[in-house]
Structures are given as structure tokens and as C-alpha cells.
Design a protein around this ligand. Structure first.
Ligand code: ZN
Length: 98
């Protein structure tokens, strides 16, 4: 897909990779999803944008929203906060509760 983008728009344009997730990419020890996305953002030619709505939590463990955002932002990802995501979704004509 990246190659198609560059052949269509040239190398001067920068592609964005936008991920919209119900939960903010987690900081759970068994996953470390936020760290993985941060690593990807640091080495990717794409700008990485992450949107989320909620923070994972169950009886056994919980993700740390502040740490998740920090590790992604530190490596250059743009994190869209829940309120912003809802506004963007509405502008695009999607139904979005909250
Ligand atoms: Zn995870």
C-alpha cells in the first residue's frame, strides 16, 4: 500500500497511518501494545495517528492511559484524545456516542 501511495502522489507526500481502537493501546505487561506502536512510529516513514475511546481494565489488570500516551507521543505518534475523535467522526458523518 505504501508503494502505491508513493507511485500515485510521489515521494514528497507523507503517508499517515491512522489507527482507531476502542481501548488506548495498552501497557499490560503481557502485551505492551503502546510500546510496540511507539517503536513503529519511531522507525516508520509514516506519521502514526492513534485514536481511542476507553482504557482497558478488568478484575486482574488495567492499562495505564498516561504511560500509554507518553510512550507513543515520545516516539512521534500523534494521539487523538477521545473528545477529538468524536468530533472528527461526526464531521465525517459517522454516528459516535460520547
Ligand atoms: Zn494490548
Amino acid at each position: 500500500m505504501s508503494n502505491e501511495f508513493f507511485s500515485e502522489f510521489g515521494c514528497n507526500e507523507r503517508a499517515y497511518l491512522m489507527m482507531f481502537s476502542h481501548y488506548v493501546p495498552c501497557t499490560l505487561a503481557s502485551h505492551q501494545c503502546a510500546s510496540l506502536i511507539g517503536q513503529y512510529a519511531a522507525q516508520s516513514e509514516h506519521r502514526v495517528v492513534v485514536g481511542y475511546k476507553d482504557i482497558f481494565e478488568d478484575d486482574k489488570e488495567a492499562s495505564n492511559e498516561k504511560k500509554a500516551k507518553k510512550v507513543m507521543i515520545k516516539h512521534g505518534a500523534l494521539v487523538i484524545f477521545p473528545g477529538s475523535l468524536a468530533t472528527i467522526a461526526r464531521k465525517l458523518g459517522f454516528e459516535f456516542n460520547n
